[in-house]
Design a protein around this ligand. Structure first.
Ligand SMILES: Cc1ncc(C[n+]2csc(CCOP(=O)(O)OP(=O)(O)O)c2C)c(N)n1
Length: 195
């Protein structure tokens, strides 16, 4: 499956969510489908998207939070899974796009290409719902079920190690300024709380 197709399949479902992505290709692809003030593209801090999402989910239990992660990023911060498993926020859905590669920096193979099973790691770390999916239909179903389940879920979506700068986005860096995104996202969460 192409990650862009997977993102497109859930794009409408993300409308009311606080969405935290990793840097690089995932961020560029989601932004190419349409930026929303509820999207935060975490730049540089590799491995910490799930930690940022966890913090938001714990502070804002009424807010649905979605983290769009990558295998390389999760592997860089495996302890993040055990912290997710410890606090288990029911309002957090954690998607790991596993392309078995550090695609955004040249495509070096990660440990999932040599046997590390991130679904198994997440389950063993205490994440109560875990699933691996390999096609867009199964991904969209798993994602919607996770939102409805109200239980912390990690979905590992096996995707192609393929990236074409989509639409208006050039390269891996989104056109949105880092600080602009940071302030806009925080204000959006604040407004949503006061609404
Ligand atoms: C601490 C840190 N180390 C390295 C990088 C450089 N870097 C940016 S994206 C990336 C690869 C991310 O891999 P993955 O999470 O699998 O996502 P993909 O690029 O495959 O979509 C790396 C190594 C970084 N931003 N931060």
């Amino acid at each position: 499956m192409r990650r862009l197709d997977a993102l497109e399949a859930i794009y409408d479902d993300l409308g009311e969510c606080a969405v935290v992505t990793i840097m690089g290709a995932v961020a560029a692809e989601l932004q190419s489908l349409g930026h929303r003030p509820g999207h935060f593209y975490l730049q540089h801090a590799m491995g910490l998207a799930s930690s940022v999402g966890l913090g938001i989910a714990l502070c804002r239990p009424e807010q649905t939070v979605v983290v769009l992660d990558g295998d390389g990023s999760v592997l860089m911060n495996l302890g993040g899974l055990s912290t997710l498993g410890r606090y288990r926020p029911p309002n957090l859905t954690h998607v790991v796009f596993d392309n078995e590669s550090l695609l955004s920096v040249g495509g070096f193979p990660t440990a999932t290409s040599t046997g590390t099973d991130l679904v198994g790691v997440a389950a063993a770390a205490g994440v109560p719902r875990t699933e691996e999916v390999r096609d867009v239909g199964a991904f969209a179903d798993a994602f919607r079920e996770a939102l409805a389940a109200e239980e912390l879920t990690t979905i590992v979506a096996k995707v192609d190690a393929h990236y074409e700068p989509p639409g208006r986005t050039r390269g891996f860096v989104t056109g949105l300024g880092l600080l602009e995104n940071r302030f806009e996202f925080a204000r959006h969460l604040q407004r949503a709380r006061n609404a």
